[in-house]
Design a protein around this ligand. Structure first.
Ligand code: NAI
Ligand code: NA
Length: 397
């Protein structure tokens, strides 16, 4: 089968197995090139198939030689349809891990559900005994609550009196336009916190701990974002920011519960990157295309794998201890938030138009990263060649 990108709105309906595999191999090679990390040996990654979660799994396995259990929600291939990219990423990861003699098993299903949590608990009990690190990296537009059965949908809206109005770009066409988003009501805020806040993270840790699956000094980390002034009203001070506040507060609550095993929970604030989750957020793609341009010029640009390798090597498993900000958060968004970078982005923001953006911003880099998420436009792949489907994920339980 010859597979091409098929776009609908902000999503791509197809994914290329060979391109996804190459992306995974590139990430593995990057981690290996940076040398060994004296890190965790048994790792559970919730949200392990794409973005920061996949990069965390690769860093654990190929940086520290860890056995990994991955949880994700991905579509297998079906007649006439490719799998979702996370399916191919996981097939490739597990293939590479097995070839390297590393334990890698996965559970595909709804991580918010009691059933999937139980499946993961049974797997860890049977195969690994205990876990040293739990990475929580879910990004989802909705959550069916495991106790009430209610479906919560998250929204991206400002909070308060004012409608948010600012520039945005359609990164497929390059058209810069103005977007206006009316403020959320109380129910929308609560729903967004229910989906992207820390409740489910807390539930995972409670259940793992009750089953005695957390090793002494186990740590857990979840990912957050802060970002610049231009996105603040719609992001950090909006509904999703409220959820991130809740996630960050949950870290302290989890740490309290892990005191008896000397365990600890952290939130790491990561850099803005092109992922399926972030591409759907208005305003962010324009910000990212300006940010990429400046960070690439300065030589400080990183992708998910560079971020996660640095998180493990220089923060979580650093010999010097785990550095945090005054609110207890790990910061690997430090290079993004550098004042010189932010001043330059703010200046470019003011002058960004459809005409200027291709030169003052890295729109081409954005588009390429977006296509790469689906395994397209990856160096070294011949897209005119017939592709064998990767149907099986070797470690899928
Ligand atoms: P992503 O969309 O690449 O990854 C999401 C993962 O969650 C995938 O593995 C997917 O299969 C899994 N997933 C989604 N719903 C699920 C469900 N119901 N059950 C099981 N698995 C499910 O997202 P990304 O960007 O890596 O986000 C991960 C975390 O990092 C999020 O908390 C996000 O807010 C945060 N973050 C993202 C930034 C960005 O710019 N992309 C910046 C800083 C933080
Ligand atoms: Na992820």
């Amino acid at each position: 089968m010859i597979i091409e990108p098929r776009m609908r709105g902000f999503i791509c309906l197809t994914a290329h197995p060979k391109g996804c595999e190459q992306n995974v191999i590139n990430q593995i090679n990057y981690v290996k090139s940076k040398g060994e990390i004296d890190g965790p040996k048994r790792v559970l990654v919730i949200g392990a198939s794409t973005g920061f979660g996949l990069a965390s799994r690769i860093t654990s396995a190929f940086g520290s030689g860890a056995a990994t259990v991955g949880v994700y929600f991905e579509k297998p291939p079906a007649p006439g349809k490719t799998a979702s990219p996370g399916w191919y990423n996981s097939a490739a990861f597990e293939d590479q891990a097995q070839k390297a003699g590393l334990y890698a098993k996965s559970v595909n299903g709804d991580a918010f559900s009691t059933e999937i949590k139980q499946k993961v608990i049974d797997l860890i009990k049977a195969d690994l005994g205990q876990i040293d690190l739990v990475v929580y990296s879910l990004a989802s537009p909705k959550r069916v609550h495991p106790i009430t059965g209610v479906t919560h949908n998250s929204v991206l809206k400002p909070i308060g009196e004012n409608t948010f109005t600012n520039k945005t770009v359609d990164f497929h066409t390059g058209v810069v336009s103005e977007v206006s988003i009316a403020p959320a009501n109380e129910e929308e805020i609560e729903n967004t916190v229910a989906v992207m806040g820390g409740e489910d993270w807390g539930m995972w840790i409670d259940e793992l701990k009750a089953a005695n699956l957390l090793a002494p000094e186990a740590i857990t980390v979840a990912y957050s974002y802060i970002g610049p002034a231009v996105t603040e009203a719609v992001y950090r001070k909006g509904t999703i920011g409220r959820a991130k506040d809740h996630l960050e507060a949950t870290a302290f609550a989890i740490s309290d519960k892990l005191k008896d095993i000397n365990g600890k929970a952290f939130v790491s604030v990561n850099k803005a990157l092109v992922t399926q989750a972030s591409s759907a957020i208005p305003v962010i793609p324009l910000y990212i295309s300006l940010l990429y341009k400046i960070m690439k010029e300065k030589g400080t640009h990183e992708g998910c794998i560079e971020q996660m390798q640095r998180l493990f090597a220089d923060r979580l498993y650093s010999k010097d201890g785990i550095a945090t900000d005054e609110q207890g958060r790990i910061r690997v968004d430090d290079w993004e938030m550098d004042s010189d970078v932010q001043d330059k982005v703010a200046a470019l923001w003011a002058e960004a138009t459809e005409e200027s953006l291709p030169t003052i911003g890295d729109l081409a880099g954005y588009k390429r990263d977006f296509l790469n998420l689906f395994g397209f436009d990856v160096d070294g792949i011949d897209y005119t060649k017939d592709t064998d489907e990767m149907v099986a994920v070797p470690g899928l339980v």
